[in-house]
Design a protein around this ligand. Structure first.
Ligand SMILES: Nc1nc2c(ncn2[C@@H]2O[C@H](COP(=O)(O)OP(=O)(O)OP(=O)(O)O)[C@@H](O)[C@H]2O)c(=O)[nH]1
Ligand SMILES: O=P(O)(O)OC[C@H]1O[C@@H](n2cnc3c(O)ncnc32)[C@H](O)[C@@H]1O
Ligand SMILES: N[C@@H](CC(=O)O)C(=O)O
Ligand SMILES: [Mg+2]
Length: 422
């Protein structure tokens, strides 16, 4: 049995915290897509130290939980070795509880260079990539050129690496991109030594055999549904399948194994990088959301764009993922706002629609808002549904009704314990 936690917006919904909260109920936590572009923020240990995980699943601080990096992920060995050092510092024995699929594709130093070169060439039309080499690594996967973790165990790895690097170098020359990657390569070759010493497994047999023994799996998504390569706001998307469909191809589990699809949504909306964002606020309210919600990229530190809740996009995300329950995060960030706006429809060419259009860049998309009274009180100490401010309960009730999918939890602070079961 597999339950899934994934993002319903443009990422950074707080999936890391929610996975960490639920992880104790599972035997295995498995990442199924994305790579070091992700930043999953957790607060761990008695001192509640802030940790940002990029590739290691967010169940890693739970004793006994096995963490699997699935074949759908693209893995940067350098980032991984830094994360391993941080996590091991907490006494976690990664040789016991971290497993990596041999089919996981590797991000090479030249993938990072190619990412930079492509963004530079796009100029104003840039995607706003995190520049971690994600797009180029997935291109090599679908182009059938990539190198995989399992390749590290073969003598021919260095020869294959040099061959692929040469190919990349030719491409970089066409971009007239010149960057000395010697230092990146040194780090890369050091890091793959560490990677070779970790548990490299056949991920699909591993996870299916564990399930056959009755073990419960929590699949952890990165980014969000509106950044999905197929269903997101293309071309301003990431390069992986961020939706529940990605769980099957990114871990090797059959669709009928999936039980709950837990969709995580902020109580408002953010986006980092370029691309359409109908409810974006370019005013003081947007700045307030950013300041109160500390909306800065966990990976790049870039300011996140902020706006009101978009129910058109959220309904769409619930539909394509088959969401069975919603977790609403960062409700406390709205504590200070006397009135809230919720987008219930889009106006395109003067006609209202409740559907996400094919593209949102060429024709202006105007949000149609419904005003809702805010609660204007501190909600961060609430621990039960009854103790939540009445207006917050009405806000959630309205969203429930509009989505047709139940909001089952509300998160009212970044701490592990700051979550209320409704
Ligand atoms: N105030 C507040 N902060 C929260 C809450 N839940 C999570 N956070 C914080 O909100 C931020 C969420 O961003 P990320 O950690 O990047 O989210 P993510 O969904 O794991 O990230 P990606 O996979 O990179 O999309 C983090 O700083 C969390 O600590 C909440 O309920 N209230
Ligand atoms: O996947 P890359 O090329 O790094 O970026 C494409 C696009 O997606 C945004 N993005 C990537 N990872 C995340 C993430 O973990 N949270 C939020 N947004 C993300 C990036 O900003 C670009 O807009
Ligand atoms: N994953 C990132 C994206 C970024 O840092 O730009 C975030 O947490 O916002
Ligand atoms: Mg993040």
């Amino acid at each position: 049995m597999v339950d899934v936690i994934l993002g319903l917006q443009w990422g950074d919904e707080g999936k890391g915290k929610i996975v960490d909260y639920f992880a104790s109920q599972y035997d295995i936590v498995a990442r199924f897509q994305g790579g070091p572009n992700a930043g999953h923020t957790l607060y761990v240990g008695p001192s509640k130290q802030k940790i940002v995980l990029h590739q290691i699943p967010s169940g890693v601080f739970h004793q006994g939980a096995i963490n699997l990096i699935g074949n759908g992920v693209v893995l940067d060995p350098v980032t991984l070795s830094k994360e391993c050092a941080t996590v091991s510092g907490f006494g976690v024995d990664l040789r016991k509880n971290l497993f990596i699929s041999e089919r996981t594709h590797l991000i090479l130093p030249t993938h990072r260079a190619l990412d930079k070169a492509a963004e530079l060439q796009k100029g104003e039309a840039k995607i706003g990539s995190t520049l971690k080499g994600i797009g180029p690594a997935y291109m090599d996967k679908t182009g059938r050129n990539g190198l995989r973790v399992g390749d590290l165990l073969h003598k021919s790895f260095t020869t294959s690496y040099i061959k692929l690097r040469l190919k990349h170098q030719k491409l970089l020359d066409t971009y007239h991109f010149n960057e000395d990657i010697t230092a990146w390569e040194e780090e890369f070759f050091e890091a793959i030594e560490l990677l070779r010493g970790l548990n490299i497994v056949n991920g699909e047999y591993f996870i299916n055999e564990q399930m056959a023994r009755g073990k419960k799996v929590l699949a952890e998504g990165a980014q969000g549904s509106m950044l999905d390569i197929d269903f997101g706001t293309f071309p301003f998307v990431t390069s992986s399948s961020t939706t529940s469909a990605g769980v099957c191809s990114g871990l090797g589990v059959a669709p009928q194994r999936i039980r709950e699809v837990i969709g995580v949504s902020k109580a408002y909306c953010t986006r980092v990088g370029s691309g359409p964002f109908p409810t974006e606020l370019h005013d003081e309210t947007g700045e307030e959301l950013r300041r109160i919600g500390s909306e800065f990229g966990a990976t790049t530190g870039r300011p996140r764009r902020c706006g009101w809740m978009d129910l058109v996009a959220l309904r769409y995300a619930c539909m394509i993922n088959g969401v069975t329950q919603v977790v609403m995060t960062k409700a406390d960030v709205l504590d200070a706002f006397p009135t809230l706006q919720v987008c219930t429809a889009y106006k395109i060419d003067n006609a209202a629609t409740d559907k996400v259009p094919f593209q949102m860049t060429r024709v202006p998309v105007e949000p149609v808002y419904q005003s809702i009274r805010g609660w204007n009180t501190d909600s961060t100490a609430c621990t039960t549904a009854d103790s939540l401010p009445e207006e917050m309960r009405s806000y959630i009730g309205f969203i429930n009704e509009q989505l047709g999918t139940p909001v089952k939890y509300v998160s009212n602070g970044p701490g592990r314990e700051q979550i209320v079961h409704l």
